[in-house]
Design a protein around this ligand. Structure first.
Ligand code: NAD
Length: 361
């Protein structure tokens, strides 16, 4: 029987509640499909600061690295009130997240955004736009660019001056482009590469390298789009996108926009992969400290992240499909958490939603 070691990061805020539900669903899946998941808990973010005084310890990183995949809730607190945000930047929760992504070599972030038939009303776009539906995947570069370049703040000519540096080399661009083309091959065969090549040198190199990679994928249609235009097209005609390939900061912003037009951020999973099968799987949303501990958080994004883990890291495609099908069935049966509730559907809490999905796997 296949046995997999899973590092589980419950995290902060609603993290522990939603991870509990995802694990419940994974237990149902392993029973049904005959594999074994061994769970190892790992601390990250605020929980690690409280226990060890830093957001990610070397030991935690090593433990995560030794596993087959990482399943995560989310980390961080309310920046206005949490003591974690009085610490220097490198000791705050988010520094742990950047460090684990870098430490595990997770350079490719996959964020699907699709419109469920049952949740169409939640989409904030005009009726004629949402009627066309959409099903896209944003492939965001995760370990380079502006968030990892040299930065400083100092006094220059008597003025406080801050500098951030946006750096990409061709290898960093090539490996994410290859992933995007490979993923497009399993989808509808289209890649839109998003950049700001009319202004930035890093974008001009991005565009050139993506063109080079596309020569090895003659079956995939490639086009380029400027990031400001892409931000517009996402709300004007989201149905035109299949795979959107973009750099770190553009991807950060565009993937949040894409998740908002689904109308249900609590529904969207994500995967971060390295060059092997290893990946870290987490919901697209944050730790929602405003609703933590109230049994009202939507656990479906985390459950769907667990499904992505079954597919991409564990090669358990049938189990992944069963989980995704179970989620769709729960929606069809009319159950909703508060964030996606509408008249005529039954409101359920976080734990009950986990039970309902697990029962249907
Ligand atoms: P957020 O996604 O946590 O919350 C935004 C809004 O969406 C809130 O009103 C929240 O209640 C709601 N929401 C989010 N997830 C939900 C769910 N599953 N069910 C129901 N409602 C949900 O974003 P934020 O408020 O900007 O950030 C809060 C904290 O999360 C911050 O510390 C931030 O740094 C952190 N964060 C962490 C990650 C991560 O762990 N990868 C990602 C984004 C933000």
């Amino acid at each position: 029987m296949n046995t997999y070691r899973i590092a589980v990061i419950s995290g902060d805020g609603i993290g522990p509640e939603i991870v509990t539900q995802a694990w419940k669903v994974l237990e149902a899946a392993q029973k049904k499909f005959g594999f074994v998941l061994e769970r190892t808990d790992v601390l990250l973010g605020g929980a690690s600061i409280d226990a060890h005084g830093e957001p990610l310890t070397k030991e935690a990183l090593e433990t995560a690295r030794s596993c087959d995949a990482v399943l995560m809730g989310s980390i961080g607190g309310d920046a206005a009130t949490s003591p974690w945000y009085k610490l220097p930047a490198h000791l705050r929760p988010e520094a742990g997240l950047l460090a684990i992504r870098k430490g595990l070599g997770l350079f490719a972030n996959l964020r699907p955004a699709w419109l469920y038939e049952e949740l169409r009303e939640a989409c904030p776009l005009r009726g004629d736009i949402r009627c066309a539906g959409f099903d896209m995947l944003i492939m965001r570069e995760l370990t380079g660019g502006l968030y990892f370049g040299e930065r400083y703040t100092r006094i220059e000519n008597g003025l406080r001056t801050a500098v951030d540096t946006l750096v990409y080399n061709e290898n960093e661009i090539r490996r994410i482009a290859v992933k995007a083309f490979e993923v497009a091959r399993k989808r509808r065969g289209e890649v839109v590469s998003v950049d700001k090549a009319n202004v930035l040198d890093s974008s001009r190199l991005w565009r050139a390298v993506v063109e080079e990679v596309s020569a090895d994928f003659p079956d995939i249609r490639l086009s380029h789009m400027l990031v400001d235009n892409c931000a517009m097209q996402l709300v004007r005609d989201p149905s035109r996108f299949d795979v959107i390939l973009t750099e770190n900061m553009f991807g950060d912003i565009l993937s949040d926009e894409a998740s908002m037009i689904t109308g249900s951020i609590g529904m969207l999973p994500s995967a971060s992969l390295n060059e092997t099968r290893f990946g870290l799987y987490e919901p697209s949303h944050g730790s929602a400290p405003d609703i933590a501990g109230q049994d009202i958080a939507n656990p479906l994004a985390t459950i769907l992240s667990a499904a992505m883990m079954l597919r991409y890291s564990l090669d358990q495609d049938k189990a992944a499909e069963a989980v995704e099908h179970a989620v769709r069935q729960v929606l069809r049966d009319g159950y909703r958490t508060e964030d996606i509730w509408s008249d005529g559907t039954e409101k359920v809490g976080t734990a009950r939603m986990g039970d309902l999905v697990a029962e249907r796997v």
